[in-house]
Ligand binder design. Structure first.
Ligand SMILES: C[S@@+](CC[C@H](N)C(=O)[O-])C[C@H]1O[C@@H](n2cnc3c(N)ncnc32)[C@H](O)[C@@H]1O
Length: 327
């Protein structure tokens, strides 16, 4: 059995564990609460974990059996938990209310040619995909969350359009030069990933899915905003729909960490620790270039009013990017 251990003391690792292993149970080590004793640390005389300083208990075979009986700890990323059953509530969030104007921009970028094939990456509840299909485009949408796709399929049925909605991971290879355009809106997975490598992989695979000169149109978080504004402004800008608190911005990683409280579609309240990456325009340009895009234009993203006329400023919470794939 492979147990992924993520600890606050910098010991992230995958451990091969077996029933014969002895375990250290330490309440400060999360999300896994049991790790092989020999691989981690030796107990000290006073019965405290030398790294976390928390009391530990050593469990042998019986302890591990109990650990298994309690079930493996939840290893899901925060965005998997958030989007598991949130589609209906998601569609009521303030930032999802600009769909028609955003799709108008996509149409302008494609010269109004409705024969174009469009891929919606991290399509969520399919709000852009459905609107594009309604206008006659051939659209494929994919998302990691089955809960989001369920709502997307219902919306496509209600609109009388056919869209190939699929469950896929944008960090893994997907399509090969099949599309004229790809959209990645509202992040559409991009800044949500836990590592820069995964975010970059999303752009690489988006480029691979496009034909030469195909366009990637995306919006993502603008690092100029938290750099330029006071912490107070930054926190207020984040207070949308579901409640966000404990917001911090880490200048070493350009990641916003916060606590998100939301109610899922079944009426159950959850609190999650979230973590999103803000990129500077210069970083994003470099990431896109190394992913295979040549012409890269970056604008300020205005909800429901995407336009090349909006120059990017530090007051824009998100950037709107149009990147064209090279030959
Ligand atoms: C903020 S929503 C944006 C949805 C949609 N693009 C929109 O504009 O409303 C982010 C979406 O990305 C999806 N997602 C997160 N990680 C993903 C991944 N690795 N691959 C595909 N989709 C992912 C989530 O499930 C969620 O539906």
């Amino acid at each position: 059995m492979l147990l992924q251990v993520s600890t606050p003391v910098g010991l992230d690792q995958d451990l091969e564990v077996g029933l014969e292993s002895r375990f250290l149970a330490c309440p400060e080590i999360e999300p896994a609460f049991a790790v092989p004793l020999s691989d981690l640390c030796e107990p000290t005389d006073n019965g405290m974990c030398p790294m976390t300083k928390a009391p530990f208990s050593v469990a042998g075979y019986g302890g591990f059996a109990e650990f298994l009986a309690r079930g493996m700890p939840d290893m899901s990323q925060w965005y998997e938990t958030l989007f598991a059953n949130f589609g209906r509530s998601y569609d009521k969030e303030v930032y999802t209310q600009g769909t028609v104007g955003e799709v108008d921009f996509v149409e302008r970028e494609l010269g109004g040619d409705r024969s174009k094939r469009i891929l919606d990456i991290g399509c969520g509840t399919g709000r852009h995909a459905v609107e594009l299909a309604r206008r006659g485009y051939d659209v494929t949408g994919f998302d990691l969350a089955e809960g989001q796709l369920r709502v997307a399929r219902e919306k496509a049925d209600a609109a009388g359009v056919t869209i190939g909605f699929q469950r896929r991971d944008a960090t893994e290879p997907h399509f090969d030069q099949e599309f004229d355009a790809a959209i990645l809106f509202c992040g559409g997975a991009f800044p949500l990933m836990e590592t820069d490598e995964k975010n970059h992989a999303i752009l690489l695979h988006a480029a691979a899915a496009l034909r030469p000169q195909g366009k990637l149109i995306m919006t993502t978080l603008n690092a100029l905003f938290p750099l330029y504004h006071s912490v107070k402004d930054f926190i207020q800008a984040n207070e949308v729909g579901s409640t966000t608190s404990e917001v911090t911005f880490d200048l070493m990683t350009f990641r916003e960490h916060s606590e998100l409280t939301f109610t899922d579609d079944a009426g159950v309240s959850h609190t999650l620790k979230t973590n999103e990456r803000y990129y500077t325009p210069a970083e994003l340009r470099w990431l896109l270039r190394t992913a295979g895009f040549s012409t890269i234009d970056i604008f300020g993203s205005h909800l429901g009013e995407f336009s090349r006329d909006h120059a990017l400023t530090p007051d824009d919470f998100e950037m709107l990017v149009v990147a064209e794939k090279g030959e």
